[in-house]
Design a protein around this ligand. Structure first.
Ligand code: ADP
Ligand code: MG
Length: 325
């Protein structure tokens, strides 16, 4: 099977929301009146972001999910995406599973594949997503205000816990491994929450490299600081699977490392004025996505993690950085 047969068989589909899809030199996409295009690109590299033997269905899902997560963090609604794919060889069974996982998530979000590139090479998947957001309403990292509450959606730490187990650093009970592995391999982009938070959140981002590191991006962009209560926050945002495994024996340090600096979570971290607490709860209900209030933004710069007595804890957690690990 050649390059063009492969594209036609697995990726070419009719488009409804774009003016022109796969098949010409460019796809055509018109922003609706009054809307801005939100654009983001994320690459997944074998050996770096996923194991060679990962289920291709999950890989198709994750490749798009991490991109949709960026749209969610901006409060943008998904519209279209492109797919640049390097494949070591044409393996039809693999391609079929990959395309199924990819399109299942794409269809769930009304996001159309409108173009891409296909080449032979080490397995590498690069997706660019296009979303739309009413002009001026995108959620930015730079909007946090002193006094804002800090929130996190869903749970953090599962993906990192699964990774630690898959790397053989720890042993997890089968059930906890299955549950956390699902979160590592099939993250849920919080698109409905992101759009529901337009006009409510002052700042937002998606947690991909670990909460404390990612929150620091908001603090820097907004020129503010933050306080987080370690035990309270950890309890709120650690999932029950993680919590149960933690209780059945392993150390608090790992629990804190996973929840506060784990990475690969794809939850939203956002800030909103205290006066917006009811509106945040309403957005959470509309989006059917739980949110937890974990701290507050301060005028004084820096991120302070506090113990139960309100004393600063020395930070020993490192977020993910491709060039520092
Ligand atoms: P060009 O030679 O202009 O770069 P290609 O021959 O690479 O174009 O691609 C032909 C058409 O197929 C284009 O419309 C391109 O967007 C689309 N395409 C190529 N690879 C993919 C892919 N992996 N997924 C979706 N569309 C693709
Ligand atoms: Mg061309």
């Amino acid at each position: 099977m050649g390059e063009f047969d492969l594209i036609a068989k697995y990726f070419k589909r009719p488009v409804h929301r774009a003016a022109l899809g796969i098949g010409d030199d460019c796809a055509l996409l018109a922003p609706a009146p009054g809307m801005q295009l939100a654009i983001s690109c994320d690459m997944l590299v074998q050996g770096r972001h996923f194991f060679a033997d990962v289920d291709p269905h999950a890989l198709g899902h994750k490749a798009l999910a991490v991109n949709l997560s960026d749209l969610a963090a901006s409060g943008a609604a998904p519209r279209a995406f492109t797919l640049a794919l390097a494949l070591p060889q044409v393996e039809e069974a693999w391609l079929q599973r990959f395309a199924q996982g990819l399109f299942a998530l794409a269809d769930a979000h009304g996001c159309e594949l409108i173009g891409g590139d296909t080449t032979q090479g080490p397995l590498n998947i690069c997706i660019t997503v296009f979303g739309d957001v009413p002009a001026g309403q995108a959620l930015l990292r730079s909007g946090a205000q002193a006094g804002d509450d800090i929130y996190v959606s869903g749970n953090l730490g599962d993906a990192r816990l699964a990774l630690e187990a898959l790397l053989g650093h720890i042993t997890l009970p089968a059930q906890a491994l299955a549950a956390t592995r699902e979160r590592l391999e099939r993250p849920t982009p919080r698109v409905a929450l992101g759009t529901a938070l337009r006009g409510i959140a002052n700042s937002a981002l998606d947690v991909s490299d670990g909460l404390l590191g990612d929150l620091s991006h908001i603090l820097q962009a907004s020129q503010v600081g933050a306080e987080i209560h370690l035990e309270e926050a950890t309890k709120l945002i650690a999932s029950s699977a993680l919590w149960e495994s933690a209780v059945s024996g392993f150390d608090q340090n790992l629990l804190q490392q996973c929840t506060l600096a784990g990475g690969d979570d794809y939850e939203l971290c956002f800030t909103a004025a205290v006066s917006k607490r009811a509106a945040v709860q309403a957005a959470s209900a509309t989006a059917q996505t739980p949110v937890h209030r974990i701290g507050r933004i301060t005028a004084a710069p820096g991120l302070r993690v506090l113990d139960a007595q309100g004393q600063p804890v020395a930070q020993r957690w490192r977020s993910f950085d491709h060039f520092k690990f």
